[in-house]
Design a binder for this molecule. Structure first.
Ligand code: RP5
Length: 163
């Protein structure tokens, strides 16, 4: 099946975080591709990837980056597909720099910014599936089933000492 979600990241060093987006997509049965695309080190590739994304059949792009995290915003400038930005923890500032770089977009070019790190990557996968679920009943059902199971697992172990 052709990928429906592009999971891209500024460096291979982002993979341990961004992998959590792909694990969620896998769990929900959404096809995806993964690529290293750097705003600073491979700017031509960034433009090519973003401009071709829609015609290649992608429906959502998840972009993770750390530090001076320009990748999500620059991708969003080149495509009207929804772009979900994941701030990756940086060594110097723990990801606060990444978060602010991604979230503070100028009005008129939208990036949906998630939480810093693993939770953000996981939720980016989930949100991508929810976006696709607006027009794909099977994916919507997979999201609903995931949430039902999540609720059940919390209710089944109400005592934290029994975890
Ligand atoms: C960013 O710089 C990447 O997204 C990564 O989070 C950060 C550090 O990259 P490496 O020096 O580890 O390749 O562009």
């Amino acid at each position: 099946m052709a990928p429906r979600v592009g999971v891209i990241m500024g460096s291979v060093s982002d993979w341990p975080v961004m992998e959590h987006a792909t694990l969620m997509l896998e769990q929900l049965g959404v096809e995806f591709e993964t690529r290293v695309v750097s705003a600073h080190r491979t700017p031509d590739l960034l433009f090519e990837y973003a401009r071709q994304a829609s015609e290649r059949g992608l429906e959502v792009i998840i972009a993770g980056a750390g530090g001076a995290a320009h990748l999500p915003g620059m991708v969003a400038s080149q495509t009207s597909l929804p772009v979900l930005g994941v701030p990756v923890e940086s060594k110097a500032l723990n990801g606060l720099d990444s978060l602010l770089s991604i979230v503070q977009m100028p009005g008129g070019v939208a990036v949906g910014t998630l939480a810093i790190g693993k939770a953000g990557a996981k939720n980016a996968g989930l949100l991508a599936a929810q976006i696709i679920g607006t027009h794909d009943q099977q994916v919507r059902q997979a999201v609903d089933d995931f949430r039902t199971e999540q609720t059940r697992s919390v209710l089944d172990t109400p005592d934290p000492r029994e975890q």
